[in-house]
Ligand binder design. Sequence first.
Ligand code: GUN
Length: 283
Amino acid sequence: MSAQIIDGKAFAARLRARIGEQVVPFRAAAGRAPGLAVVLVGEDPASAVYVRSKGKATRAAGMESFEHRLPADVGQDALLALIDTLNADPAVDGILVQLPLPAQIDERAVTTRIDPDKDVDGFHPVNAGRLATGIDGFVPCTPYGCLMLLKDVLGDLSGLDAVVIGRSNIVGKPMAQLLIGESCTVTVAHSRTRDLASVVARADIVVAAVGRPELVRGEWLKPGACVIDVGINRTETGLVGDVDFAGAMSVAGAVTPVPGGVGPMTIACLLRNTLLSAQRREG
Ligand code: GUN
């Protein structure tokens, strides 16, 4: 038996189209487009690709994209001053500073400087706290995209056993919070977990976000499990996820591919958060 391949690319395209449809009445009522400011520091080629695709998707959805490029050796004060300007700019609904940042800049100082009500990445501690306590805020885009795919495949998640592999602030922790919010029984595994295979074996839902190529073996999985692979690992044999895709395909019920699974959902959720911010700020 072969698992369903979860087509994140197609799902994200439909989501972007729906957001574009909602932008039309927003523009008519507000007399302006929702605006997303993206800040890129330095010349990291992967980050430059992400920033370009974010700008393109933003414009395609009928929103305004403000791109700010700063040199790799920019001082922290200059970056914080730019964030202050964007916080105060009424045309800017969302602010995203592309990570990682150069070593001279303290990432935490940057994420905490962004107005929590423009924090479309959902990285500000205020938004992490809102998510943890069930208050409306901004949810980080990648885990939110994973949740949308899970609900599309499984419907109601209530009572299911979920394992999140990885405990980062950007994916693992917010993913666990979202799954708790859906009434799953959630285990967070990580690099120190003793017997990952047996933890994975009881999971109806596996979300892998550790950045270790093909760590999760197909034979570990519970038959029929839904597997969401957040990993993007460049190896000698090309791009692979955190899950052994071929092995998973013969045991799981549904699996996201890499690429074409979770990746496209992140940008679509960024647009969703930007529209949400614009609607809240005008409302
Ligand atoms: N770098 C890689 N992914 C992301 C993301 O989702 N947001 C930001 N700000 N930087 C990233």
